[in-house]
Design a protein around this ligand. Sequence first.
Ligand code: SF4
Length: 360
Amino acid sequence: MTSSATKTAGIQKPFIIPVFIPHAGCPHRCVFCSQEDITRQGGGPYPSEAVRARIDAFLKFKGPGRGEVQVSFYGGNFLGLEPAEILRLLAGADRFVRSGAVDGIRFSTRPDTITPDRLDLLSEFPVAVVELGAQSMDDGVLAEARRGHTAADTRAAVLRLKSRGLSVGLQMMAGLPGDTPEKTCGTAREIADLSPDFVRIYPTLVLKNSLLAAWHRQGRYAPLSLEDAVALVARLHAFFVRKGIPVIRMGLQASESLNDAGTVVAGPYHPAFGHLVYSRQFLSCASKLLENEAAGSSPVVIQVHPRNISRMRGLGNKNIEILKKMFHIDRIAVIPNPAVSMTAVRVNRTGDIYSGPFDK
Ligand code: SF4
């Protein structure tokens, strides 16, 4: 069943009701994964009553102006569950679709679960979107991460999902064991070739209860620094923007659990990781416009779309301080201008518009 959910992703975000099923249906643990650390929730069972109560509770928070409402089963390998369990969970969410409170269902699953049999189970339900954990398109990296599937599985899965008219989201990671920035960029290129409806990009974190934490203790794995991760994800994001593929998340969603000292043992975690990426891109755009300008006494006015003001300024106004130092500018004003596109920066001293994509 198709959905307009992801087609409208750039216009109106869907209102997603997450139902976490940590590690449900997982054939084993991938080295980087510890859903308990992310969700602070134990494993199943997931009684229908509890699922229903969670959906009801979330529906109360749906404000006006939100897009489609979707119930989403996250944190596990949905199609790796037993068929009866898949059908039970889908039926529980479907009740809300039938009542008109919810528009569709989505879930995340491994590429190697996208088999014709499993897809047949979905046919009676309003499944709108399937998110695949591709993580890497390099078979060596996938093997080191103990994913237990190959890049070919991901390619085949995307084709199968598309042939059933389903929207497809692909999740990729950066900084996995054995990965390099070049391999990560190769993964992005291969993912773009599959034309997913959207992507999510997650820098690898060392979570307390993951196997990676042991590898890190043993000196066998070193994560990306925050700075390197931001720079790399900024490149990936710019690449997907150029390809017209929406990036709907960069970095894990901040949560109380992740913010707790000790949950993230090491790695580029930041509660506003996506914001850091955008800020870096805006800094780069403004620098490009200013770099050929002679220092002058007149103030510089930077115009961006109203929704990009804080991205242009950077956390704690950091970008503005950097630009002032770099270009010996005394005063910089950042002003909102709805006429400037979401991926552009206008600097009035030069009169130029640097229109995206960011960071070529
Ligand atoms: S990454 Fe996915 S398949 Fe691997 S352990 Fe985590 S939830 Fe399971």
